[in-house]
Design a protein. Structure first.
Length: 199
């Protein structure tokens, strides 16, 4: 009888803690600040999902992002940023080349700037990144078949901690990595079921 009363109390507490219909804390699309379509992005495609290839991608990311962040630090106009980045593609290529050489990587790579690079929908804090094709610097290492990293160069948002981003893909610090989360077999046991011998 005591167990039944305890269960009833627990169920009442759970029911009271649930949000009423229509009163949840979920955000609507209008609550997010949408990144403008004319933002300039950076996307880096790894050769493969091999751990070594992913580490090389991250090395390239760090070097390229550091240089570009410095270049656009004082720029406020999209046209100025566009011209600067287009003119620096050879320098970005050189950074990628040197980084690959330092890592002993002999794969080919490609650096291009165009306005039709595909991106998935992402949410970071109050920022919404709608899916679509956007202007971006695209760096492809080797076959370019591995998980990729990306961020927004202008307005400069690559400094954000994207690890807390929400999307259909996993995120990594400083940008987004499109790598599916793996199910680690996490099992959650409800103490009440164990106590009653039902688990």
């Amino acid at each position: 009888m005591k167990k039944l009363a305890f269960i009833l109390i627990i169920l009442i507490m759970i029911a009271l803690s649930l949000p009423l219909k229509g009163q949840g804390d979920g955000k609507k699309i209008d609550d997010y600040q949408v990144i403008p379509d004319d933002a300039i992005r950076l996307r880096i495609l790894a050769n493969s999902d091999n751990e070594a290839d992913q580490q090389i991608k991250q090395k390239v990311r760090d070097k390229v992002n550091a240089a570009i962040t410095e270049w656009v630090a004082d720029i406020t106009d999209i046209e100025e940023a566009r011209k600067l980045l287009e003119s620096r593609i050879p320098e970005i290529s050189e950074i990628v080349k040197q980084t690959l050489e330092e890592e002993g990587e002999k794969r080919e790579f490609d650096v291009e700037y165009n306005d039709s690079v595909s991106f998935p929908t992402k949410i970071y804090g109050s920022y919404l990144y709608p899916a679509g094709e956007y202007e971006a610097i695209l760096i492809t290492i080797g076959e370019g078949e591995g998980a990729n990293w990306w961020c927004v160069l202008f307005p400069p948002l690559c400094f954000l901690d994207f690890a807390n981003g929400i999307s259909v893909a996993a995120a990594s610090p400083g940008g987004f990595d499109e790598e599916p989360q793996k199910d680690e077999g996490l099992k959650i046991k409800f103490f009440l079921f164990e106590w009653l011998g039902l688990s």
